[in-house]
Ligand binder design. Structure first.
Ligand SMILES: [Zn+2]
Length: 118
């Protein structure tokens, strides 16, 4: 066998564990912000007081929470691909994504070459 780049299939890494850890971390951050992951969209704590000061802070928190939620969606989509057996394959060119990239970004959908196009 020639020197093939390691992929999700050949790497000695538990990507499911990496993804679950990332998922737990993101959920904890959302909870800390006062948002809970409901599976779809954000659910803000309605106890939040309503003043302009709070509204500004809330806007900031909502922006951050939206980013966290998007990252969480990516992680959950990656877990689904893991179950479907398509994890670690670039959605652009269909080639396996190198495991060093997946270790750094377990939810990556694209290889490095395709990532710059999306
Ligand atoms: Zn690609």
């Amino acid at each position: 066998m020639p020197n093939e780049a390691p992929t999700a299939a050949t790497a000695d890494v538990d990507f499911a564990a990496l993804l679950h850890a990332e998922q737990a971390g993101l959920q904890a951050q959302l909870t800390e912000l006062g948002f809970a992951d409901q599976g779809s969209g954000l659910n803000y704590d309605s106890n939040f007081a309503d003043s302009s000061q709070v509204t500004a802070e809330r806007g900031e928190a909502e922006r951050l929470a939206t980013e966290l939620q998007e990252a969480l969606d990516e992680v959950e989509a990656a877990l689904e691909r893991l179950e479907a057996g398509t994890y670690g394959r670039c959605e652009g060119c269909g080639m396996p994504i190198g495991s060093p990239r997946l270790e750094a970004m377990p939810a990556a959908r694209f290889c490095i070459a395709d990532a710059v196009k999306h």
